[in-house]
Design a protein. Structure first.
Length: 221
């Protein structure tokens, strides 16, 4: 969204097809193979962001990348103090912790100079995290466990934008923050996401609206 060119390497076909649906350039490959990283000339990138949830996988990837591109700026994510130290000793320069810090930190390091930190702060303030209220949380176990807070990933339907289409209303997934178009829209991307990812609870992403819905239990509150 900041206009920074990027590409994604993932080993997960489901994740790849979801990203491709949103217009992201994706390569399905094993990024722990040094030969692949060399063929991709990863050393010429401005930075490499490693966002695996698994600390051990992250550490292995950092080691392989370091053997191919010793100077490359590495941005990684740690989920524990031990993980932080491990990544530091392997030579990762930028180790982020909370998900929000990861997003803000990646933007900080990669955005072009014309996008200022103030722009990003303003954007985050205009798009605060959303949660379900107590009444909604009490509706079903899905709502209780997917109550947020999530930060809506966009204020457009990225999948519609990617295919040059329009939408009627926007919905936000309370499990992951995905934003998709409603069932009155031609593409029904919110429902497609809920079914594909098994993320049953959505909330309206329209300004001023707070109602939520569970696809499994089919309540609206
Ligand atoms: Zn439910
Ligand atoms: Zn859509
Ligand atoms: Zn989701």
């Amino acid at each position: 969204r900041a206009g920074v060119p990027y590409s994604v390497i993932t080993r997960n076909p489901d994740g790849a097809s979801e990203l491709e649906g949103r217009g992201a350039p994706v390569l399905i490959a094993d990024y722990m193979r040094a030969g692949l990283l060399r063929d991709l000339n990863v050393a010429s990138a401005r930075a490499l962001v490693i966002v695996d949830d698994d600390t051990e996988m992250t550490e292995r990837t950092v080691s392989v990348v370091r053997s191919v591109a010793p100077e490359l700026r590495l941005i990684t994510r740690a989920t524990s103090p031990e993980g932080f130290q491990g990544l530091q000793s392997l030579g990762a320069q930028h180790i982020l912790t909370a998900p929000r810090e990861v997003a803000a930190g990646i933007l900080d390091l990669l955005t072009p100079p014309e996008v200022t930190r103030a722009d990003i702060t303003r954007h985050l303030a205009e798009h605060p995290p959303v949660t379900l209220n107590a009444t909604q949380r009490a509706q079903c176990e899905h709502a209780a466990h997917n109550a947020g807070p999530v930060t809506p990933e966009a204020d457009v339907c990225l999948e519609c934008v990617a295919q040059g289409d329009t939408w009627v209303h926007l919905r936000v997934c309370m499990t992951c923050g995905h934003v998709g178009c409603c069932d009155s829209s031609r593409n029904k991307h919110a429902t497609a996401h809920a079914r594909r990812q098994d993320h049953p609870v959505i909330r309206s992403a329209e300004p001023g609206e707070t109602w939520a819905y569970c696809y499994e239990h089919q309540w609206t509150k």
